[in-house]
Design a binder for this molecule. Structure first.
Ligand SMILES: [Zn+2]
Length: 293
């Protein structure tokens, strides 16, 4: 662990090997270890009172240091008061942010989520250790109006681009992307210059889709697709797909929001919200949660 208390009841970090202090959780004497390989830390000469103990890394510390010291490495007791686990970050609204650098079993995920997630929790995963062979594909959007057409069943989606070209609905000035979330859900994206007549274009796409759907003889209806739009006035990075290589399947067992840091293809100032397939600015993420400190 990173912090212990000295004789004056102050939180201290290890300054030299062999230094003695007390564990804030169980009160036992803990000893400082400061070597060349592992990050300096306090260890319990007997058993660590937190059975979930994991080694500290620079990456952990850099995340923890974004938050006030009163919110980091905080012991949380179970209802009996006997079992205590140290949350990496505990906010004043009881949300736990768990900083995960190393692989974890599905069983342990369940345990941690039921313990830390009693109120709410978030996982932050280190992409450079847990998804090092994966790559996030994204596109940058600047000063465009994006129109999305989402299909919830694959069939019509497959020929959509061709049909749009034939109908001259894809303008020469437009950029086109297709996003395949899974076999059931396809998203087609079009970026248009901001000066297009959006309402007119949306109407054209709608009437075109209605016509096509009628040809499918009732197999599809209007609930199978949705048309939405978004104006990007600023530089914005949008995730397309996380290309998974040597994917660690335990990540899919995490029920609480999973944010990746240090992912190939992801700029250093962003996080990737895995379940939502969204790129978020670290600054915005931090500002949101620093409210609760
Ligand atoms: Zn202890």
């Amino acid at each position: 662990m990173r912090f212990a208390i000295n004789d004056f009841n102050e939180r201290i970090e290890v300054s030299r090997s062999g230094e003695k202090a007390h564990c804030r959780g169980c009160g036992a004497v803990v000893i400082g270890r400061k070597g060349k390989i592992r990050k300096e830390h306090w260890y319990h000469p007997n058993k660590d009172c937190d059975s979930w103990y994991e080694p500290i890394t620079d990456w952990h510390i850099s995340w923890q240091n974004q938050f006030p010291v009163e919110n980091i490495e905080i012991g949380i007791a179970d209802s009996t008061g006997k079992i205590v686990h140290r949350a990496d970050i505990l906010l004043n609204n009881n949300l736990v942010i768990e900083i995960q650098n190393s692989p974890i079993s599905i069983k342990d995920i369940e345990k941690r989520e039921s313990f830390y997630g009693k109120n709410n929790m978030i996982w932050i995963l280190n992409g450079s250790t847990l998804a090092s062979n994966c790559h996030l594909d994204s596109i940058e959007r600047t000063n465009v109006i994006a129109i999305y057409v989402d299909f919830y069943k694959g069939g019509l989606s497959r020929n959509f681009e061709k049909m749009m070209v034939n109908e001259e609905l894809i303008l020469p000035s437009c950029k086109y992307y297709v996003d395949r979330y899974n076999y059931e859900f396809h998203r087609h994206k079009f970026d248009f210059p901001l000066n297009i007549n959006y309402q007119l274009l949306k109407m054209k796409i709608e009437s075109f889709l209605k016509l096509k759907l009628s040809l499918y003889d009732g197999l599809y209806d209007e609930e199978d697709y949705a048309i939405n739009s978004h104006v990007y006035n600023d530089r914005c990075l949008e995730a397309i797909e996380l290309k998974k290589m040597n994917w660690r399947k335990f990540i899919d067992q995490m029920k609480f929001p999973v944010f990746f840091d240090n992912l190939n293809g992801l700029p250093l100032d962003r996080l990737y919200w895995y379940q939502e397939n969204r790129i978020v600015k670290k600054e915005r993420f931090l500002n949101k949660y620093l409210q609760y400190t």
